[in-house]
Design a binder for this molecule. Structure first.
Ligand SMILES: [Fe+2]
Length: 258
């Protein structure tokens, strides 16, 4: 975490008064109590002007309490719930848009086991029941509301990492298309990206936020993504950290028909 960047986001939100702010996980580095305290203060600052939705990233999970989900599963998210006082799968409804948070950060599970020790607890997963639950949440919103999923792991390969963060990606993106998801907001890859995944029936826009830390990929600047959802189109533009000004400035953007 770079304090100047976090403070710049707090100022940006206060100035722009976004309809909603989505934080797609990894609010902490090691799920430490002190890191959660700063995350709680950040969310409080954001919510002075804009409603916020946040989901856990792999760094936010105390997976060691329940490796392979054997042990105290509830303790994996205990620090999140104590410090942030919000669910790990939240729903936020603002006029015209429903945002549903799904937890892809499930620690070490039989479905995400790998021989690569560095990836243990890092790989993301979603189960069909979670997608079904998201569909029910969208179903409770006015017809015509844009449908947005907020989750941590990237379902589209990063340009530099060449990796998906999420397992079972084709099935999950297909399931999102089936329940008419318009936009997926994610992070994890440490490189900003804007994609449209095309399906036979409809396309899904995937907005991958860059990191707000010193761990950006390939020396690229930190960034955040701003999404505009209109009746006919959806645009995503990256705002890029500019150290000289201590602020985020307009970067590349893409626009899609809705
Ligand atoms: Fe991550």
């Amino acid at each position: 975490m770079v304090p100047a960047q976090v403070e710049a986001i707090e100022r940006l939100v206060a100035e722009q008064r976004f309809d909603a702010v989505a934080i797609s996980g990894d609010l902490t580095q090691r799920a430490r109590t002190s890191e959660y305290k700063r995350a709680a203060a950040f969310l409080q600052a954001v919510e002075r002007t804009s409603p916020a939705i946040a989901v856990p990233g792999n760094h936010d999970v105390r997976w060691w309490f329940a490796p392979l989900h054997l042990g105290r599963r509830a303790a994996m998210f205990g620090a999140w719930q104590r410090a942030l006082r919000r669910p790990i799968e939240p729903v936020l409804r603002v006029p015209g848009v429903t945002l549903v948070g799904l937890n892809t950060s499930q620690g070490i599970t039989p479905r995400t086991l790998t021989w690569n020790m560095r990836d243990l607890s890092v790989i993301g997963d979603l189960r069909p029941a979670q997608v079904k639950w998201a569909a029910a949440q969208f179903g409770g919103s006015p017809a015509g509301d844009a449908r947005v999923i907020v989750m941590h792991h990237n379902p589209v390969k990063g340009e530099l990492s060449r990796r998906h963060g999420l397992k079972h990606t084709p099935q999950i993106l297909g399931a999102f298309a089936d329940i008419d998801v318009d936009v997926v907001l994610c992070g994890h890859d440490h490189q900003e990206a804007i994609h449209e995944v095309l399906h036979t029936r409809r396309g899904t826009i995937v907005s991958t936020a860059g990191t707000v830390s010193s761990r950006s990929r390939g020396g690229r600047p930190s960034s955040v993504n701003v999404i505009d959802i209109g009746p006919a189109e959806i645009s995503v533009h990256a705002m890029v950290w500019t150290p000289g000004t201590g602020a985020f400035h307009d970067g590349p953007s893409r626009c899609f028909a809705r």
